[in-house]
Design a protein around this ligand. Structure first.
Ligand code: G6P
Length: 358
């Protein structure tokens, strides 16, 4: 798992290679061009996935709605297939799967296909069942992922989905050229910034030692970082067996706030973005109840270090791209805590890398 976490600058780059060159404004995804009219005219996009891939789908929802202005629904494949979903011709279903073999996702695709939707796959394994069942798609180029807890596949998925959102926006004419260029330039810098985020490893190990015996963890985020909070919590529970919940920070007051006391570590993703002021007040709410705050902030933040017990700084980027950076310390935190607790991080109990049964 650690090896795969550290491969991310490379796997993100590989997932962009040939598709994005900011200098020449080159943004190409062959299958989007092939189905250009479908993407231009789609009334809505439905994303189906499971586990970590579902979290990548949630990030994509924020990206596609923000830039391409198409309504997006993100569905757990297992729920989608067992209700009577309303799908019509002209809908696009994006199926996200690292392995390309997840039974529920495959069944959701078959269902959507039978109702006339166009299916676009985002898979890591070339030639997998899901890759073959889709009408079009874009591979993530993360390379083989062996650790059961997905890390580099997640960031590769988010990378491809970001490019996809940018392309759909461009085709639909919903994004300013200057904004598109800015995003492309920021995107190109992501691998180097992930490399910098990985240098936080030693610092995170120290924090992990302090919290390794916690019974519970709460993860909070807003906007683009809400799915990252879910993913951070999932990573921790998968490999360390600590109970962890991810929540949209503002939703905390409707329940989880009751759990906060001096024994509750609260990981808050509070990078400088449009919800920054709001999340600062969420941090104050946690602090007032003596929760132990570990904040993921943007480099140079001077406000949150005054409030949080621990602060982890990630490089600055466009707010839409922060998930690719903010998830890195969360992966490392889970990894170190799990190792310190003597857990088998690569093969956690009861979990399978590829779930081919329903
Ligand atoms: C399993 C794995 C997870 C993964 C999920 C979906 O539960 O343990 O890491 O996120 O399946 O897998 P997929 O291959 O479809 O992305």
């Amino acid at each position: 798992m650690l090896k795969e976490i550290f491969e991310q600058p490379r796997s993100i780059l590989d997932s962009m290679r040939g598709r994005l060159v900011a200098e020449t404004s080159h943004l190409v995804m062959a299958s989007v061009i092939e189905f250009e009219n479908k993407f231009k005219n789609a009334d809505r996009i439905i994303i189906v996935a499971c586990g970590t891939s579902w979290h990548a789908g949630l990030v994509a929802e924020y990206l596609i709605e923000e830039f391409a202005r198409v309504p997006v629904e993100v569905e757990y494949a297992s729920e989608f297939r067992y209700r009577n979903p309303i799908i019509k011709e002209g809908d696009i279903v994006i199926a996200i799967s690292q392995s390309g073999e997840t039974a529920d996702t495959l069944a959701a695709i078959e269902l959507a296909k039978s109702k006339g939707a166009m299916i676009f796959g985002v898979c890591n394994v070339v030639g997998s069942s899901i890759a073959r069942a889709t009408d079009a798609g874009a591979y993530t180029h993360a390379g083989p992922e062996i650790g059961v807890a997905s890390t580099k596949a997640f960031t590769a998925q988010v990378t491809v989905l970001t490019l996809l959102a940018m392309m759909i926006a461009e085709k639909r004419g919903t994004i300013e050229t200057s904004m598109l260029r800015q995003l492309m330039m920021e995107m190109e810098q992501i691998p180097a910034k992930v490399e910098r985020a990985l240098q936080l490893d030693t610092e995170i190990k120290v924090i992990s030692e302090i919290f390794k015996d916690a019974a519970n963890f709460l993860y909070l985020g807003r906007g683009f970082n809400f799915p990252v909070a879910l993913e951070g919590a999932l990573k921790l529970k998968e490999i360390s067996y600590i109970h962890a919940e991810g929540y949209p920070a503002a939703e905390m007051k409707h329940g989880p706030i009751a759990l906060i006391d001096a024994n509750m570590p609260v990981v808050v993703i509070a990078t400088k973005d449009s919800s920054y002021e709001k999340i600062v007040s969420n941090i104050q709410e946690v602090k007032a109840r003596k929760g132990r705050i570990i904040a993921i902030v943007t480099e140079g933040d001077t406000v949150i270090p005054e409030m949080a017990e621990f602060v982890i700084e990630v490089p600055d980027t466009h707010e839409a791209l922060t998930p690719l950076l903010s998830v890195i310390p969360l992966q490392l935190l889970s990894y170190h805590i799990a190792v310190m607790r003597g857990c088998n991080v690569d093969q956690p109990r009861n979990l399978a890398k590829s779930v081919t049964v329903e």
